[in-house]
Structure formats: structure tokens, C-alpha cells
Design a protein around this ligand. Structure first.
Ligand SMILES: Cc1ncc(COP(=O)(O)O)c(C=O)c1O
Length: 375
């Protein structure tokens, strides 16, 4: 809030003017880009801001689509949010062929054999999620990146759901593009894209003529929501402060962010272990995704299930009336709810844990769910 307020009080002007508030705004944007560069582990000019992940992905898909030829293939997955599906599927208009890697229904993980079998020299892009926003599965994105590159394809990773739960290192992953939305990691409602510099230069975004041709600015169509970009910087600093608290020896911001995620991953794992143990003890509950504690490295702390009684909406309403906030439905992971056969039946009930939740809250949720089932 303070960063957004400061923007309005001290720097409320468009970029690149020859006057004080405009120069301050330039500084704010540069500061936020540097912060996101530490967050992604890339260079600051490889960070693009946009309205949200969906809008960024449509824009990138349109730009990549300009270079596709009929018959070129794009490999997507059943596990993904629709924002990592529809923007690529829209390229069918340009003759692209969409292929879809399936899941293993038993644990809602990606079927890598199926994915490999659908990769070929015709594949130009693989678009995959880092973590599922419905079942919490963390995909082996490093391995998928290697497979995509070995086939000569680019890889686009949707890290929107993963970003609050684990550290991102685009350099180590060697991915071509990665997107996430600061509002999922305790910041404002915006989207951010990492793109390899040579690819941000190679693809041509649709843009107006007078705006900058330089990377990354050429990807940032129109006036940005500058006050919220200021807030993105503050969100990264918030995470870094958490990291410094858990590891005072963290020397720089990147190290502090990594420390924050080390603490977050360990803490969320204890809570999700408690939650899943409690959920799977509820008679008749259908749990989706990985429930074996030995495999919790492969999942984050987002869980989905259906109860023997009532619809997901009934349960979410019951919980909401008791001050417990859960979601019901498909959360736009439409391919997945269709694949699991629950789309026609109200989808699933989803509960999520982040670093500020407590064991007491997990227990309150479990007690309320048991009450709902007993009522
Ligand atoms: C996994 C995933 N991808 C993409 C999106 C869309 O992000 P945005 O709201 O920034 O467009 C969401 C939003 O919930 C999501 O969970």
C-alpha cells in the first residue's frame, strides 16, 4: 500500500518525460524490473509487465503465431489452467495443430510418456504449468524443458500457481518464457513475463508505431498500471524480508528470496500433510491428486476434493458462513475437471495453504468439513 501511495504522491506521471515526477516513475519501473529479475533469476531487461497472465499470454501467442506455418504443432496439457490453453489453441486460426498431453488420473500427474510421444520435430512450442491450480501437482518442468529443447521446440511455463509456493530459477530451468502474476504472491493485480532476451527480440509484438521498439518495453502495450508496478517491487521486498528473518545471513535479495522459499516450502509441507491426513479420513471423500506423504515434493499445498454429501458449492457456502474461505468449481482448469468427470457436477472444492496459515486453521477446516458431512 505504501509503495502505491508513494507512486501517487511522488511519481504520478507517464514515463520518459523531461521532468521530476516522470523521472521518478522511470526509477520506480526500473526498480520493480530489477526486483522481478531477482525473483525470476534473470536480467532486468528480460522482465515484461502486463495486465495479467492471461493478457500477456494472448499477446505472446499472437506474436509467436506470426512465425508459425500451417502444420506446426503446439503441445499443451490437460492439467493446465485455460489461460495456458486457449491463447495457444487460438493459433489454430493460423494453421497450427494443437496436441494435448494427458494426465494419470490416479494421482493427477502429467503422463510424461504421453507427452514424449506427442513431441516431434513438428513441435514448435510446449506450454506447460509449473504447478496445477486445481490439484497442486508440481510438474517436472526442468525435464520437460530438456525434452522440448531436444525436439527443437520452445517452452512456455505458466508459474502463476507455483510462484507463492516455491522458488523460480529461469536460468537453471533454461526455459524460454515463464509467466506469473504478482497478485498470487501477495502483490498487486498484474502479470509478469520472463522471456529470453534473444526471443523477446526475435518475436514481434503487435504494437503502436511511436512506442519503444526496445526490449522489454515493446512488449508493454500502452500505459502500464504504474502504481501497481511499484507494488510489485514491494511484494518482492516483502518476500525477501521474510527470507532475511528466517536466514539473517542471506546477503543479497536473491539469497533472501531463496531463504523465504526454503522456509515456506518446509512450513507449507507440514500443514498440507496435516490437512491431507485429515481429509482422507473423512468417509466417502474423493481426493484428487497426490496424497502419499512420501511424494509431497511433487505437490504444493493446494488440495481439491469432493465430499460424499452435497455439491462443492454447498460445502463452500457452509464453510464461508463459518469464516473459512474455499473455492468451488473448476478455477478455469476446465480440461482437467472435464477429464476427471466432475465438470457437470459442480467441479471440486479447493482449499489452499500459504505461509501465513496455521495448524489451528487447518484443524478448523477439518472440523467444519466433518460437521458438514454429519449435518
Ligand atoms: C495456474 C494459473 N494460470 C493462469 C492464471 C491466470 O492468471 P491471471 O489471472 O493473471 O490472468 C491463473 C489464475 O488463477 C492460474 O491459477
Amino acid at each position: 500500500m505504501a509503495a502505491v501511495e508513494n507512486y501517487f504522491l511522488e511519481a504520478n506521471a507517464n514515463t520518459y518525460g523531461a521532468f521530476l515526477t516522470s523521472r521518478r516513475n522511470n526509477e520506480i519501473i526500473l526498480g520493480a524490473r530489477a526486483a522481478m529479475a531477482d525473483f525470476f533469476h534473470c536480467a532486468a531487461d528480460e522482465v515484461v509487465f502486463g495486465q495479467n497472465m492471461t493478457t500477456i499470454t494472448f499477446a505472446l501467442a499472437r506474436a509467436i503465431g506470426r512465425e508459425l506455418s500451417p502444420g506446426d504443432e503446439i503441445l499443451l496439457t490437460t492439467l493446465d489452467h485455460d489461460a495456458n490453453f486457449s491463447p495457444w489453441k487460438a493459433l489454430e486460426e493460423r494453421g497450427a495443430v494443437i496436441r494435448k498431453a494427458d494426465i494419470r488420473e490416479s494421482d493427477c500427474t502429467l503422463d510424461l510418456q504421453d507427452l514424449k510421444s506427442k513431441l516431434s520435430s513438428k513441435t514448435k512450442l510446449v506450454a506447460v504449468g509449473y504447478a496445477s491450480n486445481l490439484v497442486g501437482t508440481i510438474n517436472p518442468v526442468e525435464e520437460i524443458t530438456r525434452l522440448a529443447h531436444a525436439a527443437g521446440a520452445m517452452i512456455f511455463i505458466d508459474a502463476v500457481h507455483y510462484a507463492p509456493h516455491g522458488p523460480i530459477d529461469v536460468r537453471a530451468l533454461d526455459c524460454d518464457f515463464l509467466v506469473c502474476s504478482p497478485y498470487k504472491f501477495f502483490g498487486p493485480h498484474l502479470g509478469t513475463l520472463y522471456g529470453k532476451r534473444q526471443l523477446l527480440r526475435r518475436f514481434q509484438p503487435y504494437k503502436v508505431r511511436p512506442s519503444a521498439d526496445t526490449v522489454p518495453e515493446c512488449w508493454e502495450t500502452g500505459t502500464q498500471v504504474q502504481e501497481l508496478i511499484a507494488g510489485v517491487h514491494a511484494a518482492v521486498e516483502y518476500l525477501a524480508a521474510l527470507g532475511r528473518r528466517s536466514d539473517p545471513s542471506a546477503a543479497d535479495r536473491r539469497s533472501a528470496l531463496l531463504a523465504a522459499y526454503r522456509a515456506t516450502v518446509a512450513y507449507e509441507r507440514t500443514l498440507v500433510t496435516r490437512l491431507i491426513a485429515g481429509l482422507t479420513a473423512i468417509p466417502g471423500l474423493r481426493f484428487f491428486g497426490i496424497s502419499d506423504p512420501q511424494r509431497f515434493r511433487e505437490r504444493c499445498s493446494t488440495v481439491s476434493f469432493r465430499l460424499a454429501k452435497g455439491s462443492p458449492l454447498d460445502a463452500a457456502t457452509f464453510l464461508g458462513e463459518r469464516g473459512i474461505f474455499t473455492w468451488d468449481g473448476n478455477f478455469y482448469a476446465l480440461n482437467l475437471t472435464e477429464r476427471l468427470g466432475v465438470e457437470q457436477h459442480g467441479g471440486v472444492l479447493r482449499a489452499g495453504i500459504v505461509h501465513y496459515n496455521t495448524a489451528g486453521e487447518v484443524d478448523r477446516l477439518l472440523t467444519a468439513l466433518n460437521e458438514f458431512c454429519a449435518a
